[in-house]
Design a protein around this ligand. Sequence first.
Ligand SMILES: NC(=O)c1ccc[n+]([C@@H]2O[C@H](COP(=O)([O-])OP(=O)(O)OC[C@H]3O[C@@H](n4cnc5c(N)ncnc54)[C@H](O)[C@@H]3O)[C@@H](O)[C@H]2O)c1
Length: 437
Amino acid sequence: MSAERETIGVVGVGWVGLVTAACFAELGHPVIARDILPEKVEALSRGEITIHEPGLEELLKRNAERLTFTTEMSELLERARLLFACVDTPPTHSGDADLSRVRTVVEELPADGEHVLVMKSTVPAGTGHSIRRDRPGLAYVSCPEFLKEGTAVEDFLHPDRVVIGADPGDEAAADAVARLYEPLEGGVVRTDVASAEMIKLASNAFLATKISFVNEIANVCEKVGADVAEVARGMGLDQRIGSSFLRAGIGYGGSCFPKDVSALKMLAGNSGYHFQLLGAVIEVNELQKRRVVQKLQKHLGSLAGKRVALLGLAFKPQTDDMREASSLVLAARLEGEGAEVVAYDPVAVGAARGLLGGVEFSDSPLAALEGADAAILVTEWQEFAELDWASAAQRMAHPLLIDGRNFLDAKHLRDAGFEYEGIGRAVEDTVATSTSE
Ligand SMILES: NC(=O)c1ccc[n+]([C@@H]2O[C@H](COP(=O)([O-])OP(=O)(O)OC[C@H]3O[C@@H](n4cnc5c(N)ncnc54)[C@H](O)[C@@H]3O)[C@@H](O)[C@H]2O)c1
């Protein structure tokens, strides 16, 4: 059964908002999307995409006649009943979520019993209750978003699950939201607002915990001569554990995990509960980036005056998002040690320029590696797997590579003339083992 075509309002046209707008248009709905940044609205209205996200540009083009972009909230209120809030909720200095943009949106909405605020922004559990308490006439549905940058379109159109939270009185509004998702095949979890909010935070915190866990296992592997890639492979085959998010590396970054883990820890603390585990998850993640610098020092001694190439800057491949990217911490630590930092990324240099003042940017990986004393693979872009590493080794002053994502083939790199070190992997070649996965 296809959902009835209903004009949808989207408030905030960043990663989540633009993908939401494009995907609902793809499902056949007229969409009107509002952002407060006139330059963003103008660019999108001209058909120019504002972010790097695979498949999104085609979707926007294909559905252009169903998509309107505006800076005016009044246009949304006139045309749309369901208003999806997709504004940013960045961390405050205290580590809590900054809800100021959400509050601004709420203040602009009439509590007329007509409009429904559908919260896609990630907010602390309790936010929906307080909005409903302050604006009793405004119907409220929590519909947290689980898309991943880099595969956002795919994730939106093929969700593992869709979570829809509503409290008594808002069931009809929740039904209307559920109807929109009917053509998609993911299971729908209908629940109350606070539980929906908590599902989102707990999911991100769990994934971050898995990453910090495997990173600690990697650090122990280095001490005892085990290979974390083998350990993770063996662990991941256990269905109770699963193989995803078990890749050791330099830790998580991005606009969601760091802030959501911190927001959940703070939410717990503000409610009188000390969430000890999350404190460790955060600390392990911070230290993990610094361990890479120690690895370089082990090989090179002092880094003062050494030229270090960062391969990849974005917080993960297939995106140009630099929010909380590990490259920012690494570059600052390296510069703090007196190193000269040169960097290459296929799509994120534009976003990175303003954030990495002292860094020199190259327009190819080989140019970045020219004359370098060491390289760190920071983001696992496919083009690094396909690089001519023998030629890279010849161009470097010292062919040393720290693979911060355990992405490259260690033997291939060593055969190409590199000193290669990953995270939690044997420093020398190990005998490859296999299972019939
Ligand atoms: N990026 C992700 O991968 C992801 C995934 C799941 C959930 N989320 C959550 O979704 C929310 C949005 O994240 P994002 O990455 O899309 O943020 P973003 O920063 O990319 O986009 C937010 C947009 O909202 C606009 N905005 C701010 N105030 C506004 C207002 N009053 N009216 C209209 N527009 C306004 C900003 O100008 C910006 O364009 C956050 O709460 C985030 O935690 C993000």
